[in-house]
Design a protein around this ligand. Sequence first.
Ligand SMILES: Cc1cc2nc3c(=O)[nH]c(=O)nc-3n(C[C@H](O)[C@H](O)[C@H](O)COP(=O)(O)O)c2cc1C
Length: 221
Amino acid sequence: MIIETIKMRHSTRKFLPYGLSSEERERLVDFFEVIPTLHSLRLKWALKDLNKGSSAIYAPCTNKPNCLVEYGFQGEIIVLEVTKMGFGSCWNAGIREAGSPAGIIIGKEDQGKVSINDILTGMGRRKELRALIDGPVPEDERLLQILESCRLAPSSMNRQPWRFSVLEGDLYIWTKANMIGGGHWLDLGIVLSHAYITALEFFKNVSIEKAAGDRYRVIMK
Ligand SMILES: Cc1cc2nc3c(=O)[nH]c(=O)nc-3n(C[C@H](O)[C@H](O)[C@H](O)COP(=O)(O)O)c2cc1C
């Protein structure tokens, strides 16, 4: 179940010196070709070695909301794939390679080391679902699992700027934040990817469309 990978993932900020093997590199580059898209925008993901033994993943993207949401959506699907491969990872807003809005650092985690950013961002703690949902919490177990997977999504500075509501079986997701540089759009794409891949485990057909007021509607059949 993808929820297990989602629970396992956390931001890794201390890496061991480690170079990716050619098989790992190939697996990732092949994966870049089959990532699902949100707005049908194909991003050109690239992988680059960093000198500290970790690697960075990034793609060029315009500063427009649609591209940033797409970037968060696809990038987080990569994050979950590298988690499955046994790598630690961390989104990093300071990595602006080739016109990218943020990078994803991956590598072998140096376990047990706490960084200053771990402390500043609350050690990955999350708000309760009750604080994030407009209207009643649904009773349907499948929707509860999907919402839990959304609740655990990473966000810039751990702001968790998203809000949810469930209406006639559809899940609506939007962001309350408005950050300079558009980081909240990345966060929105990230949470949409968690909704999408978790929903696919319970429903045959899952689609996401834009709804009024910059909301996204996740339709599950
Ligand atoms: C778009 C984005 C940008 C981020 N940029 C940074 C960064 O520049 N430096 C950093 O240490 N962490 C960064 N993070 C990681 C968040 O601080 C982290 O995801 C959040 O605190 C939740 O913790 P967790 O990932 O351990 O669950 C970023 C996360 C996102 C989603």
